[in-house]
Design a binder for this molecule. Structure first.
Ligand SMILES: [Fe+2]
Length: 464
């Protein structure tokens, strides 16, 4: 089954693929796969199986995982849909039955019975992927996680020792001392944010609900050794607006952005006020000598392709909070357009200086109208301001995932795994760059058996 759409985020390399492949012994077309790397690079992304009733990137779709398994210098590839309850109901109906997040439609209960997702928002599990306590989870904002096998079969919604599956959210962060995994979810028609703490053995040990001034969209958060930090930008859910045919998410700059510091020891939340801005993604955050530092991508406002475009593109910023005075200092690291920042995950919540992030240069001469169009992997140092680039010209890049070099633990001792797409040949590659020198020739370029669409987030799972 195939379909096409003239939506720019369902066209070109944003268009979904429909077949599920398993291919061994992928050709290495440049360099060599380090022989001591063993594990899987998995990447999630929205890939609607049926032509959507409405669609807004990156809010809608069905999760599809693309994985490259590495072992003994060889690579194999596989891709599978995440078979969520909503997708199973749509397969039964033979068509899309859920509307998009920004244009929800009532769902016919007869079509979702007996076990489908009641909607109106479908949990497509298409944003994040993480392995915790041996469980591989596909994740979506304000949603339960779907557990997958290492070969990408869908097991079902995951319960961390709880009677029912719990909402984990799209992004998770691991505490450096305890190994606990933290997730975030929030209320759409009630103003609160909730943090879930799942211990290293995979059991829910804390669920902390924090009231907000308004029901706010919160995609990601920061974990330090002593705090959870939440940035509540003024992207507010308004169901009355939705019923009047407008977007259910409204930008209310008069509310400003509120920064909540939630101590992990159970003390009261402290709120700081800032001017209105929006954050999808944080690179990392940490505390050092009474200062809390946050590296993040700052958006002027939340833009969904409707309303005025941002006059300042999304940029990497470093925000510092003096924990005694509450004073906030915010600096732009580099004026290049960026998104999807990553660091060495082993250093989450501890001091980092190296951020790896896609950007767009003038060597890209094709269509620039679609958000999340990037052709370059940048290595940015928010402390020094240094920037190094690997410019792929007229090829598209995605989020780079840091793979530690086995046996080494320096902050730059790793490879960056990224899918690259060449529109001229309609071919994708799995490419490894050296994190210590992104400008160098790739460590390895592996030809994939098919085009891999532009996606969202990935993860490296060693020794899978
Ligand atoms: Fe995200």
């Amino acid at each position: 089954m195939t379909w096409t759409s003239d939506n720019p985020h369902l066209s070109g390399n944003f268009a979904p693929v429909f077949d599920e492949l398993s291919t061994s012994d992928l050709p290495v077309i440049a360099g060599a796969i380090p022989g001591d790397l063993s594990g899987a690079y998995m990447r999630n992304g929205p890939n609607p199986m049926f032509k959507p009733l409405s669609y807004a990137y990156p809010f809608d779709g069905d999760g599809m995982i693309h994985v490259v398994y590495l072992d003994n210098g060889r690579a194999r590839y596989r891709n599978r849909f995440v078979r969520t309850r909503g997708l199973v109901a749509e397969q039964r109906a033979g068509r899309a039955i859920y509307g998009g997040t920004l244009a929800p439609v009532p769902v016919d209960p007869a079509l979702v019975e007996p076990d489908g997702d009641p909607g109106p928002f479908k949990n497509g599990a298409f944003v994040g992927i993480v392995r915790h306590a041996g469980h591989i989870l596909a994740l979506l904002e304000v949603s339960t996680g779907y557990e997958l096998t290492p070969e990408l079969d869908t097991i079902g919604e995951w319960s961390p020792g709880t009677d029912e599956p719990i909402e984990i959210g799209a992004h998770t962060r691991r505490h450096p001392a305890t190994g606990a995994l933290f997730g975030v979810t929030y209320g759409i028609d009630e103003p609160f944010v909730r943090f879930q703490e799942i211990d290293a053995s995979g059991r829910l040990v804390n669920s902390t609900k924090v009231p907000l001034a308004a029901a706010t969209m919160i995609h990601d958060f920061i974990l330090t050794e002593r705090h959870i930090v939440v940035l509540a930008g003024p992207a507010v859910f308004d169901m009355a607006a939705a019923q009047a045919g407008q977007s259910p998410i409204q930008w209310r700059p008069e509310l400003g952005t509120r920064i909540g510091l939630l101590p992990l020891n159970g003390d009261a939340v402290r709120w700081l006020e800032a001017e209105p801005f929006f954050v999808f993604h944080f690179a990392n955050g940490f505390e050092h000598k009474g200062r809390l530092t946050i590296d993040y991508v700052r958006h002027q406002w939340l833009h969904f392709g409707v309303g005025p475009a941002q006059s300042i593109p999304p940029r990497l910023h470093r925000l510092a909070i003096d924990l005694s005075s509450g004073r906030i200092d915010d600096q732009c690291v580099c004026d290049a357009v960026v998104e999807f920042p990553r660091v060495d995950d082993r250093r989450n919540a501890t001091p980092t200086r190296h951020v790896y992030i896609p950007t767009l240069t003038d060597r890209w001469t094709l269509d620039r109208s679609t958000s999340a169009t990037f052709n370059t992997i940048a290595h940015m140092n928010p402390e020094s301001g240094d920037v190094a680039l690997h410019d792929f010209g007229n090829r598209l890049v995605g989020e780079p995932v840091f793979i530690p070099k086995p046996g080494l633990d320096g902050e730059q001792d790793g490879y960056l795994a990224v899918f690259i797409y060449d529109p001229a040949s309609d071919v994708s590659t799995f490419t490894l760059l050296d994190a210590a020198d992104v400008t160098a020739d790739p460590v390895a370029v592996v030809a994939l058996p098919r085009r891999v669409p532009q996606g969202l987030h990935g993860a490296w799972m060693p020794n899978l």
